[in-house]
Design a protein around this ligand. Structure first.
Ligand SMILES: *Cc1c(COP(=O)(O)O)cnc(C)c1O
Length: 350
């Protein structure tokens, strides 16, 4: 038996997530918080005692669930935590759809979603974004999908789907709608649907501590939705996914570092807007990003990313995307770093 024959047949066609590794001094590929990490979370990690390691965590991450429930004004049984929001997305897909069901997702969008769909035996259907980068509600609805995934601000474009469009999709479909808000903290002007999600029953709003909170290494994410939905996701997710150290850190961040998070997020947004202005002066047309990254269409993203890599700068290159073609996605960092990137792009174009 070859190694290929060990995995189940449908697994063979699923691509392995393997972002290219790089030794670049400046790494702007992951949209993480390059302005820092939550100081209270770091203190909580440093303060762990032996029992935090030797004992099992709470089955469901109860202290984080309670802290979030209080902050959002929802019931604890309307929240489900996970090992990163990836875990929540994966478990949600498995919780609400049988193998063979359709999951509709915008394209381009978060690359893991069609992978999670296929890992769970679902059929992903890509629905191109509109020209302004919003989810196309009519086209999404026309799929008749069991699950409709939305991402706002969207990765990799940074563009948004208005909350009213999300509400319309929930109202006019019978689908379970997953709204991924991994970058929502960078767009506080957008309507926050977390507190409304339980009443909408079929909407799960998914969030992460990996981006604005600077805690990607700890793997903490959560979803908020109707009780039946949240509990189904919890059941399909399984126990103990949120480890004790991560749980304590996330609770500390949420309890003490809200102002810190907002300040970091607005610094990233300032950088982004300045980067957009400067890239425009180079003749480029960055998209209207509301995340902590810039998405800029270029003629040949691979060539451009390689040229940046030779200058010690790693960015993410996407080629041949629907609607936008080749783009570079550049994560934000303190301005001197971004200034260097803009300068390098100017040199490459010249
Ligand atoms: C980064 C990212 C996530 C993953 O978050 P984790 O909580 O680290 O698993 C989810 N969705 C989108 C759109 C992302 O960009």
């Amino acid at each position: 038996m070859t190694s290929l024959e060990i995995g189940r047949a449908s697994l063979r066609d699923v691509p392995t997530y393997s972002p290219d590794v790089t030794s670049c001094a400046v790494d702007l590929r992951d949209n993480i918080n390059l302005f820092g990490t939550s100081p209270s979370a770091l203190a909580a990690v440093r303060a762990v005692d032996a029992t935090a390691l030797s004992e099992y965590p709470d089955v469901a991450g109860r202290t984080l669930v309670d802290a979030l429930a209080t902050q959002l004004g929802v019931s604890p049984d309307e929240i489900v935590t996970g090992c990163g929001s990836d875990d929540v997305l994966d478990a949600a897909i498995r919780a609400v759809a049988e193998p063979g069901a359709v999951l509709a997702h915008p394209s381009p969008s978060f690359s893991m979603v069609p992978i999670f769909a296929r890992l769970n035996g679902l059929v992903p259907v890509a629905v191109p974004l509109t020209a302004d980068g919003s989810a196309d509600a009519d086209a999404m609805l026309a799929t008749g999908a069991r699950i409709i995934y939305l991402c706002s601000p969207n990765n990799p474009t940074g563009t948004i789907t208005d909350a009213n469009i999300v509400r319309r999709i929930v109202r006019e479909s019978s689908a379970i709608v997953i709204l991924d808000g991994a970058y929502a903290e960078f767009a506080p002007e957008l309507e926050d649907l977390r507190s409304d999600a339980p009443a909408l029953e079929r909407l799960l709003v998914v969030r992460t501590f990996s981006k604005a909170w600077g805690l990607a290494g700890l793997r903490v994410g959560y979803g908020v939705g109707g009780r039946a939905l949240a509990q189904a996701v919890q059941k399909s997710r399984g126990p103990y996914k949120l480890n004790t150290v991560a749980e304590r850190a996330a609770v500390a961040a949420l309890t003490h570092d809200d102002a810190w998070m907002r300040a970091q997020a607005s610094a990233a947004v300032e950088c982004r807007d300045r980067a957009v202005r400067e890239l425009r002066t180079l003749g480029l047309s960055p998209l209207d990003s509301r995340g902590n990254f810039v998405c800029v269409p270029v003629t040949n993203a691979r060539t451009m990313a390689d040229a940046l890599a030779t200058r010690g700068i790693a960015v993410r290159a996407f080629t041949g995307l629907p609607v936008f073609g080749d783009v570079l996605r550049i994560g934000m960092a303190p301005w001197p770093v971004i200034a260097r990137v803009v300068r390098a792009i100017g040199e490459i174009l010249a």
